[in-house]
Design a protein around this ligand. Structure first.
Ligand code: ADP
Ligand code: NA
Length: 330
């Protein structure tokens, strides 16, 4: 039985991935390689749905994103790692799928409603509006059986399945229907300053721990994390969301259970938890930072790895697109 194919992408829209990306997605990318045929892409086409004023910055962030993925353990021998814009079939299939998408159907996507409201009336691009259709193309091009999704992406995956079903019904069986897959061990990380929200690069930087931050900066962010009233280090998501978040991060990185950590910190205070957590985080980040720096010191080699990944991706994507074009009547 061949390993199930999985596809996932991440936007190159920050100078570093953050702890939420790591514990909620990227660690699972690495683990999935063991029993999946994985396709992982840095989705730069998606990135320009929000304005990217400086081309050099976008290009650099794409490389830094790829370097971090490799440093975290994405293995280009076992997985297909590539940059979305290197595979033109994504945009080509997206166009065909856009023509199968109802305007009303796209208008119901809640992520667009949220993001466009934030941008202000009329300011959002049409690309942001059709973003979920490009996502559908990313998935369907590779006949992915599984797509790791967080709650916020479920609606987009439903659209992908609807579009695949519609295309298959109209033109004959062409696309695999992808399933949502919740990989084991994915953790939701909360913002250190606003532990009622998930950690995000879109929130002020003090609450967001970046993989490539200087260890001193990371330690300071953790020391300054909002904690709760009381002094006992115990997990209580309702009464102590801040402390519970710090314990969850510790647990995810150290492998100790919450119960073990509560025992470990019994009779000690929040300060001790933060001090130790800063060490745990910076020690976990150090080798990844070093490997990222090594990879970025030889961009020619990094670009060669990405070109090889794009060639492998195209070997799958091009036949899918050829079938689609033929069936549509091109
Ligand atoms: P951001 O919210 O910083 O813009 P993205 O939306 O680009 O991050 O997320 C990239 C990936 O990381 C997605 O798979 C997303 O589910 C995951 N992710 C982002 N933030 C978190 C978080 N705080 N906790 C867990 N997973 C997260
Ligand atoms: Na986001």
């Amino acid at each position: 039985v061949p390993a199930p194919r999985v596809l996932s992408g991440i936007q190159p829209t920050a100078d570093s991935f953050h702890l939420g990306n790591l514990l909620g997605a990227l660690r699972q990318w690495v683990a999935l390689q063991d029993d999946h045929d994985a396709f992982y892409c840095v989705v730069d086409l998606h990135a320009i749905t929000a304005e990217q004023p400086d081309p050099a910055v976008l290009r650099q962030r794409t490389l830094v994103s790829a370097a971090q993925l490799l440093a975290l353990g994405v293995d280009p021998e076992r997985s297909t790692l590539f940059v979305q814009s290197h595979v033109p079939e994504h945009a080509q299939l997206a166009w065909v799928l856009q023509c199968l998408t109802g305007f009303g159907e796209a208008s119901r996507m809640t992520q667009f409603k949220d993001k466009s409201t934030r941008e202000g009336a009329g300011a959002a691009s049409v690309g942001l509006f059709t973003y979920p259709v490009l996502q559908a193309a990313d998935i369907l091009l590779y006949q992915a059986a599984r797509v790791p999704v967080g709650e916020d992406q479920r609606q987009h995956l439903e659209l992908t399945r609807d579009l695949a079903t519609r295309f298959n019904g109209r033109y004959g069986d062409t696309f695999t229907l992808p399933e949502a897959y919740v990989p084991p061990g994915a953790a939701k990380v909360l913002d250190l300053q606003s532990p009622d929200k998930k950690m995000s690069k879109s929130l002020p930087p003090a609450g967001c721990v970046n993989l490539l931050d200087d260890p001193k900066v990371t330690a300071k962010k953790i020391r300054s994390a909002v904690t709760d009233t009381g002094r006992e280090v115990v997990a209580d998501p309702v009464g102590k969301p801040g402390v519970t978040n710090l314990l969850a991060i510790h647990s995810a990185l150290s492998g100790q259970s919450t119960a073990q950590l509560e025992e470990h910190f019994a009779g000690r205070g929040y300060g001790d938890l933060k001090k130790e957590l800063a060490d745990v985080v910076t020690e976990a980040f150090a080798p990844v930072q070093q490997r990222t720096a090594e990879l970025l010191a030889d961009t020619a080699e990094l670009e060669r790895v990405l070109a090889a990944g794009a060639a492998r991706a195209r070997a799958v994507a091009a036949p899918t697109l050829a079938t689609v074009y033929e069936r549509v009547g091109f």
